[in-house]
Write a protein that binds this ligand. Structure first.
Ligand code: GLU
Length: 214
């Protein structure tokens, strides 16, 4: 169980996400990654320190909304493809997840039997494909995430980013998640320490809570 940082506002998201990841570093982790929304979703992820991720980031990434993750592997080895975020097959939805999905094995089998190709060995990746099925069947983002979480057991601090929707969905169950409200911008993190430089106006989600940041 490691760290999450997210941002929605008018400023360029990538430098804020990288700084957020640095503030989570003291907790220990094995991989990092981030995804920024700008028309499409641009994802970068890497085994190693935040400094390793910084090496593969372009000088400028357009986009004012994104989510980032530091991973402490529980399911699947420490590889670039197992690092978070995880994308769905058409790269229109991304998730970062802290915690453990207990029934991931059964859910993976069900997804694979529907012809869905998973691209990591993590428990977390099932979430993005299940949310995609909900969206494809006409559900709004909040409903698609809620229905997905109704079908999983385990723990989560979860953030979901959509190419086609101007928002981030957050959910907490057994893994901390805190929303920070700035002036014309919002933040989310698993650790209040990572928010303190941006705002003192913070809200702790309780287990079972969901939040929409837009
Ligand atoms: N269970 C997930 C994984 O192994 C998330 C681990 C974490 O909380 O960092 O990728």
């Amino acid at each position: 169980m490691c760290g999450i940082f997210g941002f929605v506002g008018n400023r360029s998201a990538a430098p804020i996400l990288v700084e957020g990841l640095r503030r989570l570093e003291y907790r220990g982790y094995d991989s990092t990654g981030l995804v920024v929304r700008n028309g499409s979703l641009k994802m970068y992820k890497k085994v190693g320190k935040v400094s390793e991720l910084s090496k593969i980031l372009p000088n400028h990434i357009e986009g004012n909304m994104g989510i980032a993750h530091t991973r402490w592997a529980t399911h699947g080895s420490v590889t670039d493809s197992n690092a978070h975020p995880h994308l769905n097959e058409d790269e229109s939805i991304a998730v970062v997840h802290n915690g453990i999905i207990d029934n991931a094995r059964a859910l993976r089998n069900r997804l694979e039997s529907k012809g869905i190709k998973l691209s990591s060995d993590t428990d977390s990746e099932v979430l993005v494909h299940m949310i995609t099925i909900g969206i494809k069947s006409g559900q709004e983002p909040l409903e698609a995430v809620r229905q997905t979480l109704n079908r999983v057991t385990g723990t989560w601090g979860l953030c979901v980013l959509f190419e086609d929707y101007d928002l981030i969905i957050c959910a907490r169950n057994g893994s901390p998640l805190i929303i920070g409200q700035g002036v014309g911008e919002s933040f989310v993190s698993s650790d209040p320490h990572a928010l303190s430089q941006h705002t003192q106006n913070i809200f702790f989600l309780d287990d079972g809570d969901m939040a929409v940041i837009d």
